[in-house]
Design a protein around this ligand. Sequence first.
Ligand SMILES: C[S@@+](CC[C@H](N)C(=O)[O-])C[C@H]1O[C@@H](n2cnc3c(N)ncnc32)[C@H](O)[C@@H]1O
Length: 298
Amino acid sequence: MTPPTGGRGTARYELPSDPAEADLLAAHLWAAGALGVWERPAALVAWFPARTDAVPAGGSWVDEPDRDWQAEWKAGIVPVSAGRFRVVPTWLADGHTPAPDELTLVLDPGRAFGSGHHATTTLCLELLDGLDLAGARVADVGCGTGILAIAAARLGAEVVAVDIDSDAIEVTADNARRNGVTLELAVGSVDALAGSFDVVVANLVTDVVADLAADLVAGAERAVVLSGITDERRDVALRPLADAGLVVDDLRERDGWIAVLGHPGNRPLPHDEAGADDEARPGGRNGQVADAARRPPR
Ligand SMILES: C[S@@+](CC[C@H](N)C(=O)[O-])C[C@H]1O[C@@H](n2cnc3c(N)ncnc32)[C@H](O)[C@@H]1O
C-alpha cells in the first residue's frame, strides 16, 4: 500500500473486486485522484481528498476525520525478510543490528511501490537471492523504490533500473545512495534499456508482463525473474512468455500472486552440439543456462 497523504480529512472508498480485475480497478482509482490504494483480498480501499464521481461504480463511501496517515502507515511498516535480504525502513535503521550473513536493504518507500511487504516483491527477492549475480548485468523494469535493483547490486551486479514513473526513479536514486550502491537510472520502460543483460527482473502487473513479454525475454541472456502476475490470470502472462521462448525453471505462488524464474530457451548455446536430446531435458534445450545462473548451494 502507498501511504495516503494527510489533509483536512479524507473520503474512503471501498470497492468490492476479485483479483482478476484488481489491477485494472486500481488503475482507475489512481486515475480518479486517489491519495492511496490498498488491495485487500476481496476489495480495493482508496482514499481521496473528497468524494468524487470519477471512481468506478459499485463501491461505498465513508468520510474520515483527519488522521496522521504518515505516522500510521510508518507504524505498520516493519522489517521484513526474503532470502538473505532483510528490508529495514529508514526510520528503524538506527536500531537495527544485522544478523550474520544478512544483506540489509535500508529503504524509504516514499510514494513508490516496493517496501518489501508485498508477496510479489518478496518472491522476486527470494528468486534473485538464488542467482549468482556477481559481475552480472541486470535490468530492473519497473523499479518502484528500487528494492530489486538495489538487492541485485548488493549481490554484485551492475544494474540498470527503469520506471515509467519519474517519482519512482527519484525514490530509487535516494534509496541507492542510502545503501551505498550505484545504479544506472532512466525514466521509461523496456525501450529505455540499451545493450544486453544477463538477467532481467520485472515486477509489474499481469497485463503489462503480457504486453512486454517479448522484450523482457529477448533482453535477457541468462535468466528472467518476473512477478506481479495474479495466480488466477497466470495464463494471460505465461502464454506470451512461452511464445517469446521463456522456459520456466521455477514458479512460486504466494497470497494469490505468482513469480517465475525462467531462461530464454530458444537461444542456441555458443557451442551447442547437444541437439534434439536436450529438448527432452527438464528446463528445455538450454536448461544448463539457467543452472549456470543459479547461486551454488551453501
Ligand atoms: C508493482 S511495482 C514494483 C516495484 C518494485 N520493483 C518491487 O518489486 O516492489 C511496479 C512498478 O512498475 C512501474 N511500471 C508500470 N508499468 C511499467 C512499464 N510498462 N514499464 C516500466 N515500469 C512500469 C510502476 O510505476 C511501478 O513503480
